[in-house]
Design a protein around this ligand. Structure first.
Ligand code: ZN
Ligand code: ZN
Length: 196
């Protein structure tokens, strides 16, 4: 996601049941509206369209004929932002290989050692975006383009981990977000990495 954050005059924000305060040099001050991260829907971004949810894109922002004819390969349908987002993302229409429902989703990271994926809204199945076929998605989203083969991506990941650990960093892979999608990503990770 891209973002257009203004220069801020605090070190960090604290948000709890008392509201939001800004902290500068260890001292707390009340935070004003201007201190809060600017929501992308209020920026004057001309690249994207604001929608309330993903269903709206599928129902109203996708050509009806395309919706009826789309196949397993994802088709770019536009850039959108949603409530609370600090940036925007490309959205893709595709038919789920698992349940055959047509859905829209934006690309998530990561599965299969560095591939982005789209997730089915109905059954949770992840569709890994193979670099050889979907390179344009990586380019459009402005994200790192992983190596084409799994062996090369595993080598890349191992290099990154070995480099971090050689500098005394213990690498822990965090899947804290408790959503169906991250569970899919987590089990995919376990299967891939530990032959689970
Ligand atoms: Zn935008
Ligand atoms: Zn599905």
């Amino acid at each position: 996601m891209s973002s257009g954050q203004a220069v801020r005059d605090y070190d960090y924000l604290i948000t709890d049941s008392n509201g939001t305060r800004k902290v500068k040099d260890g001292i707390e001050y009340p935070a004003t509206e201007n201190d809060l991260p600017k929501k992308h829907q209020d920026s004057d971004c001309t690249e994207c369209t604001f929608v309330g949810d993903q269903e709206t894109i599928l129902a109203f922002k996708v050509d009806r004929q395309l919706r009826q004819t789309v196949w397993y390969e994802p088709v770019f349908v536009g850039k959108f932002t949603m409530p609370g987002w600090v940036g925007h993302s490309g959205f893709y229409l595709f038919k789920c290989r698992e349940c055959d429902e047509v859905c829209v989703d934006y690309s998530h990271g990561y599965t299969d050692f560095g591939l982005m994926y789209l997730a089915c809204r109905y059954c949770g199945e992840g569709l890994p975006l193979e670099v050889t076929k979907e390179r344009s998605i990586y380019e459009r989203e402005g994200v790192h383009i992983p190596k084409p083969t799994r062996e090369e991506r595993i080598q890349d990941l191992n290099d990154v981990i070995a480099d971090a650990e050689s500098r005394g960093v213990r690498v822990i892979i965090d899947f804290s977000e408790d959503s169906q999608r991250s569970k899919v990503g987590y089990f995919q990770f376990l299967r891939d990495y530990f032959d689970f």
